[in-house]
Structure formats: C-alpha cells, structure tokens
Ligand binder design. Structure first.
Ligand SMILES: *[C@@H]1O[C@H](CO)[C@@H](O)[C@H](O)[C@H]1NC(C)=O
Ligand SMILES: *[C@@H]1O[C@H](CO)[C@@H](O)[C@H](O)[C@H]1NC(C)=O
Length: 209
C-alpha cells in the first residue's frame, strides 16, 4: 500500500506535465502553407500552394526561423521572370533563399536594417556553404525594411506570423537568384508530379501554381 501512493503521484505528475506541454503547442508542428492561407490579407495563396508543393510545410516549432513570403502579386511578376517554369527542385531552392535559420522578430528586423545594411545567410547558403545566397537587409528612406539578394529588392509589407522562435513576413517580390548551383539539392520526399496541362484553361491557370 505504501508503494502505491508514490506510483499514483508519479502518474498524476506525468499526466499534468504532458497536458501542460501539449497546450503550449511545443508538440505540434508549425504549418507554413496553412498559416499563409489563413492570413487575413488573403495575399499569400500562391505562396501557400508553392510551399506545399515543394514540401516545405511542417516546420519544427522549436527551431528558430524567419521566412520572407512573396505575396500573390510578387509571384505573378516572378512567373514573368521564369519562376513558373522552373523545375520543382529549383522552386524548392528559391523558397529556401527566402528563409533564415534565425528568429528575427519585427523589432530586431527593423534594428538590423537600420544599421545601414546587414547581410544574413539564408537556409540555401547553409545547405550549400556558398556565400552567394545571402539576404541583404536595409532601411528605405521612408522607414520600410528592404530585403534583397543584390539582384532583386523586396519591401517587407506585413508580419504574417510572429511567435518565438518563428517569424513570417510578407514581401513584395520573389527573390529569384540570378543563377542556380550545379549540385542537386537534397532529395524531396514524395514529390507529386506537376499538374497536367489540360484543355481546361481556367483550371490550368488556377492549378499552375
Ligand atoms: C546591401 O544593400 C544596400 C542598400 O541597398 C547596398 O548599399 C549595399 O551595397 C548592399 N550590400 C551588398 C553586399 O550587396
Ligand atoms: C517605402 O519605399 C519603398 C521604396 O523605397 C516603396 O516600395 C514602399 O511602398 C514605401 N512604403 C510606404 C509605406 O510608402
């Protein structure tokens, strides 16, 4: 009987601690496509489907990450610049060029940009150990934060999500790199084939992204 009480207490402690950790969301993944789709501006539907199609979807919520997400207009512009026709592994690479494995909340982002300009390595840089794929933060004259890859400059327009250690911002351009590395990026899990071209033009226009 004297042994039963500590066991019961232990069980209660385990139950309490597991329920408190599940309520702090540390056990659930951060879903980028869903967050983008649910944004009140409704300006990130293309981005949502892009992140989903390259399987950048379920993110570990405990790993620091900042993502700059091009809005729907940006993807419309970028498709003119060839984004739309890129093979899926290059699209994956382009999106990794918009990600930094550091948590930059809005105040820090602003301060970073205000120190004239500042370079940060993207996840693409880390994968390749290649200094080419950096992002340059700077402040514009009107106080907006600009993010550039030295070919394309985007303006940060919106905080889509900010919950330490993950921040997601909306930007006005796709930061398409001028060239791509020769080495093949890490294999993607279970890639679905690109949408088939059908005679139904309206459906293709929607599914193309
Ligand atoms: C970063 O951007 C600023 C502002 O546009 C520019 O003056 C600076 O030369 C850029 N630095 C690099 C390394 O591209
Ligand atoms: C600030 O300036 C940038 C260009 O430097 C422009 O794209 C942006 O729309 C401006 N933002 C506001 C709020 O006027």
């Amino acid at each position: 009987m004297s042994k039963v009480v500590p066991i019961i207490i232990t069980i209660i402690i385990i139950i309490l601690s597991s329920s408190s950790s599940s309520s702090s969301s540390s056990t659930s993944y951060f879903n980028i496509p869903k967050t983008l789709q649910q944004d009140a501006s409704h300006n990130f539907n293309t981005a949502s489907s892009q992140f989903l199609s390259v399987h950048i979807d379920y993110i570990n919520p405990e790993t620091p990450l900042t993502v700059f997400v091009p809005d729907d207009h940006a993807f419309a512009d970028a498709s003119a610049a060839g984004y739309k026709t890129l093979p899926i592994e290059k699209k994956y690479f382009v999106l990794k060029c918009h990600m930094i494995s550091e948590y930059l909340p809005p105040s820090l982002l602003r301060n970073t940009a205000n120190v004239w300009w500042h370079l940060e390595a993207t996840v693409a840089t880390e994968i390749l150990e290649n200094q080419k794929y950096m992002l340059n933060f700077s402040a514009t004259v009107n106080g907006s934060v600009a993010v550039s890859n030295t070919y394309v400059q985007a303006i940060v327009t919106r905080t889509i999500y900010d919950c330490s250690p993950i921040a997601v911002y909306g930007v006005t351009k796709v930061l398409l790199p001028r060239d791509f590395p020769d080495i093949s990026p890490p294999p993607l899990p279970d890639i679905s084939p690109p949408p088939l071209k059908t005679a139904d033009v309206s459906a293709a226009a929607v599914c193309g992204f």
